[in-house]
Design a protein around this ligand. Structure first.
Ligand code: ADP
Ligand code: ASP
Ligand code: MG
Length: 402
């Protein structure tokens, strides 16, 4: 007998037929005598639809507390429907909201971090032989207000339960049958991976492969929770995410695209000490994450600094730099949202030279210009025009993975 945590994404529970399909997958494990805890996301596009509703009321955003109150409703619907389906099939079940399942978070509404999962209630329900269905993506802060964990956050809810209850397995069911070398919906030649390391998966997830939320991978690595990514529609083995995996011949584990990027250029800065500090300190005060940074030396002792931020932070970043105009005395600040980041990831590149040149050659052959480059031990990212992003992913993918 095992303790199994299963998570089902929005497309897996999108309609009544899919809900019953998921119910049957759950029941199958329960009937074998296992304890089963299930995390579900909101059905289909529910979260997007709720965001649209909020924008209808207040296009300027409004209070993040109220937005979390609204968005958490999506998961409340799906846990109840799934529990009803399991009940209809004749098995004991109970649905729990995040707070009922013991999820405490910090107070960063919209992107809250899980502080603790007190699994006492879940344990009590399991002891009564109930199947437990938990709402993903939500928790409660210290003021007893509902918080949400950020888009794709249900993956993290599942890993947090698996970690706190020391589950035997944590299975993430989705609409593809595993982690591929690139998004299989965009790259027809993408190959399914049998396994991938936490570090590689963390890079891929952070660089845009939405199949797993990056925080969930970070948490799985920290608490050594082995993950399996698999399909809710086809019964076959998926991809295992764990600490070490057999090195294959290929240097590259995958290619990812991130379109949620904007570049900001501060042009005509004085080429003196403290300039970069003032800019990036200001951005840090606004909690804006800066990724790639490029400094170019101009003429007449001036320089330009260009960097990337998440698209959603672009306008705030420009405003915050504009507030420095008097002390920095630069020429202008520009914002460009028509860019995308394409990255190759693979632990193998650390010990093999030539990966960067192969990537750049593939882009050159495809006629795609590189605007910025950044590297780490296990990844190389380039910033390019957004309109060529999918073409670039295919070109780079096919250069490395035959
Ligand atoms: P869920 O609703 O189940 O959480 P998501 O839409 O968040 O599902 O994630 C699954 C999607 O991730 C797939 O449909 C696929 O298009 C996309 N995806 C992007 N990169 C990859 C990759 N490398 N491997 C598999 N799927 C990927
Ligand atoms: N429903 C939330 C979202 O769409 C959480 C999730 O799907 O993981 O982002
Ligand atoms: Mg997801």
């Amino acid at each position: 007998m095992s303790l199994i945590v299963k998570k089902f994404g929005g497309s897996s529970v999108a309609n009544a037929e899919r809900v019953f399909n998921v119910a049957k997958i759950i029941i199958e494990d329960y009937k074998k005598g296992n304890d089963v805890v299930v995390v579900v996301s909101a059905q289909g596009d529910t979260t997007d639809d709720l965001i649209d509703k909020a924008n209808e009321i207040n296009p300027d955003g409004g209070s993040k507390r109220e937005l979390d109150m609204l968005l958490s409703a999506g998961e409340q619907i799906s846990i109840a429907l799934l529990a009803m389906a399991i009940e209809k099939l004749g098995f004991p079940v109970i649905s729990l909201l995040g707070w009922q399942a013991g999820f405490s978070t910090d107070s960063n509404h919209g992107i809250a971090r899980i502080k603790n999962v007190n699994s006492e209630r879940i344990r009590n329900e399991i002891a009564k032989r109930n199947i437990v269905i938990v709402a993903g993506f939500q928790g409660l802060n210290k003021y007893d207000d509902i918080t949400t964990l950020g888009r794709g956050g249900s993956d993290t809810s599942a890993v947090a339960i698996a970690a706190s209850m020391k589950a035997d397995v944590c299975q993430i069911y989705t609409d593809v049958d595993g982690v591929y070398t690139a998004d299989p919906r965009k790259v027809p030649t993408a190959k399914k991976l049998d396994s991938i390391t936490y570090d590689e998966m963390l890079e891929l997830a952070t660089l845009g492969a939405q199949v797993l939320n990056n925080r969930s991978v970070e948490m799985a690595k920290k608490y050594n929770v082995e993950l399996e990514v698999l399909s809710s529609l086809e019964n076959k083995p998926g991809t295992i995410v764990k600490e070490t995996v057999k090195m294959e011949k290929t240097l590259i584990r995958g290619v990812a695209k991130d379109s949620n990027v904007a570049t900001i250029s501060v042009v005509g800065l004085q080429d003196t000490p403290g300039v970069a500090f003032k800019i990036f300190n200001k951005l840090a005060q606004h909690k804006i994450n800066v990724d790639i940074i490029l400094q170019s030396v101009g003429r007449d002792s001036t320089k330009d600094i260009t960097f990337t931020v998440p698209k959603s932070d672009g306008k705030t970043a420009v405003q915050s730099i504009n507030s420095l105009k008097d002390s920095l005395n630069y020429k202008e600040v520009t914002l460009d949202e028509s860019v995308a980041k394409v990255s190759v990831v693979g632990a193998g590149m650390e010990s093999h030279p030539g990966v960067a040149s192969k990537m750049f050659e593939a882009l050159y052959d495809a006629g795609i210009n590189i605007r910025m480059i950044s590297t780490s031990e296990i990844k190389i990212s380039v910033l390019i025009d957004a309109e060529y992003a999918d073409k670039a992913v295919r070109a780079v993918h096919d250069a490395f993975i035959s």
